[in-house]
Design a protein around this ligand. Sequence first.
Ligand code: ADP
Ligand code: ZN
Ligand code: ZN
Length: 676
Amino acid sequence: MTIVCVALDLPLPRVFDYLAADSSESDIGYRVTVPFGRSFKTGVIVGWKTTSDQPADRLKTVVAILRDMPPLPGEWLALCKFCAAYYQASLGEVCALALPPMLRRGKLPREIKAKPNLGVAPAPTFSTSPALLPDQQSAMAEITVAKEYRCFLLHGVTGSGKTEVYLHAIAEVLGRGGQVLMLVPEIALTPQLENRVRTRFPSARLVVANSSVADAARARGFLDALSGRADIILGTRLAVFIPLPRLRLIVVDEEHDTSFKQQDGPRYSARDLAIWRAHQLAISIVLGSATPALETYHHAREGRYRLLDLPLRAVAEAPPTVHLIDIRREKLRDGLSQAFITALELRLARGEQSLVFLNRRGYAPVLACSACGWISRCHRCAANLVVHLADARLRCHHCGFEATLPRACPDCGNLDLQPFGRGTQRLEAALATLFPQARILRIDRDSANTPKKWQTLLASIHSGEADILVGTQMLAKGHDFPQLTLVGAVGADAALFAADFRAPERLFSQLMQVGGRSGRADLAGEVLIQTEYPDHPLYQALADHDYARFARSQLEERRSAGFPPFTFQALLRAESPAMAVSLEFLERVKGLASTLLENSASPAGAPQSPGNTIVLYDPVPMRLQRLMALERAQLLVESVSRAQLQNFVKHWVSAIHGLKPPRDLRWHIDVDPLEF
Ligand code: ADP
Ligand code: ZN
Ligand code: ZN
């Protein structure tokens, strides 16, 4: 009897045995179609054996083992297994996620079918590249000398030449016949990077991998990588799973970016998986950022990662000057201070570009009736509906619900409805009134909702068709705007006192990134921040361009408060139509956890060592308590030991799988959560 163990895309913590008469151990890694329930499913063969725990007459037989593409290598399976174990997902779910949709469904792109076996093509040639500056050189020397696992943190402001270092390291690796995996937050936002890689390595085979690539092309890219034909993979978080037989270097650009963490299904961090992968393969990984995640920076300071600093800008002489505008005693005009308005006037007079940064899209965050107190609430979420005047809609930014903008109060009929607060659309309108002669361009997820629109907007900025840009953090992502000399941030203070302990870190990083857009070419840049807290250490560190100081003080705060990276966390979330049900379920789950911890004092089946470091918190409603008509609650578990937390969570989650949850309740676990 020969049996294959199949990982199927189901949220069940197990694999499934099937009879496969003509199979052998070498079939591990092939996709396979099997009967499941009343239909068929395609999964991945992850094991092979000759006996099963289940009685032979209960076992079903595979429909077909799909040997029309090379098997997924052991390294790929190991990565999926690690991901499943660490993030408490099922192996089948992770395998499904790791495959492009077409391959997941058991299909192949047409062109590939004809010629399944392909050899390795000749090594690529490169165009010339600039000689490295001294700091870049020393970084580069360290990266390429290592022929073992090393994790580097390449820390340098925008324009310090990080990308140039990546490109040199990539050239080295390609020259030795290796493959390179480069992960970026969002490719659609950075077409410049793709062009730069293409022009630098004109004959290298580059695969761009992200979810907006068409199905067949994605599958083809995956197969090119798997067969060793592709040299460079440039992709978003999903690309971390692409199998690469000659992988010698991984680069994670903008490693602090939260889009590396998946927020549904298996909640993996592509950056952390990339580090694990580099470790497994004993190769180098370079994490790059102007504002590293504090977790990453902490590891670098502790010596687990090697810190490589690029303290200077590669071309522009000086970083932009940062001025804090104290608005405590000033009456603002449409949210803008006089100093800011004057600075904008100056740029207009000189024919230079300005950028006004406000990280809130829409016209106003809420519409209100002054007569009866009605405000625009989403009926599905614990959130307000945002006023979008551009197309006269009210929109929920959480669930996507929309309605036409009411002309009268739905409760009392009052015609005088007032938008409160300010978003990018309102700022755009105010600037248009203040500067009627200026050409103003708004850039946010509404105006740039497709890659094509985004590229058109970028092109108009580059060709100098805009004087003032108004936008969200979308504008902060890796672009050169050569005529931009002024960046002003408004409404940033809100993030200083947000309940999320990561809010200051994000604010610093956003302001640093958006400020870095100014003064790149030969024009000096200036950054203005309107604030009621000009003495706040965050702003002071920003004014001094001192990430390290900011990071140290944040890490001190986190150490004394017991937050990551000094503790490790997992969140169990539950959602159901009623808050009482969600909370009650989490109480049960907490009870399970307490029992597990008590039993662990006795040696048999102990989920952890006696020195218990696991801290269980009480179930609480989530900050966004209601989303899409579901009431959400969460339970936080913490430990100073990652290993203990892992071990505990494993036993805990498998115990929760044994519970019968109330109808309509869904739960999931988020290990190393970023959102609370
Ligand atoms: P980062 O990735 O840190 O933002 P880049 O690598 O994009 O920095 O470099 C910023 C600018 O400086 C780019 O225009 C780049 O071409 C230029 N540059 C970087 N390194 C060098 C170098 N060694 N010689 C000449 N120009 C360089
Ligand atoms: Zn009213
Ligand atoms: Zn909503």
